[in-house]
Design a protein around this ligand. Structure first.
Ligand SMILES: *[C@@H]1O[C@H](CO)[C@@H](O)[C@H](O)[C@H]1NC(C)=O
Length: 130
């Protein structure tokens, strides 16, 4: 078993992609998976309010190939609920409107750049009586 140093340095970032890819020299990738810094565990948002999602954009490459997307996830399932797309991952924050969803303590955000990064589980409080 022999790894080239360039493949080896990519392993932590794109393990799944590398193991599936052909074993040729990798093309240079701007792999950037910024960790979400807000919401945190214990955050409670109310439906239809404006909130700033933030993430650590330090170390962002000059160019990012993939379009950024922000998904809402509930109960461990990343439903096709897109909160935002096409924003600049280097900005480090994005103002969103919390969607009109049922109250739940098991929401997460997923920030997609080249790969996905999950926020801690947090609460959304619906603004309707349930
Ligand atoms: C989000 O951040 C921007 C820039 O700092 C600020 O102007 C705006 O008021 C913030 N929005 C909320 C809902 O906190």
């Amino acid at each position: 078993m022999r790894f080239t140093s360039s493949v080896f340095t990519l392993v932590p970032f794109v393990l799944a992609a590398v193991t599936r890819a052909a074993p040729t020299a990798p093309t240079p990738l701007d792999v950037f998976v910024p960790p979400i810094t807000f919401p945190t565990a214990g955050t409670m948002w109310v439906s239809k309010t404006q909130q700033n999602v933030t993430w650590d954009a330090s170390g962002a490459p000059a160019s990012i190939s993939n379009e950024a997307q922000l998904f809402l996830r509930k109960d461990g399932i990343t439903a096709p609920f897109i909160l935002a797309q096409g924003f600049d991952l280097r900005a480090g924050s994005l103002e969103i409107t919390v969607p009109w969803v049922l109250t739940g303590t098991d929401y997460q955000l997923v920030l997609f750049g080249d790969s996905g990064n999950f926020s801690p589980v947090f609460t959304i409080q619906s603004d309707t009586v349930q």
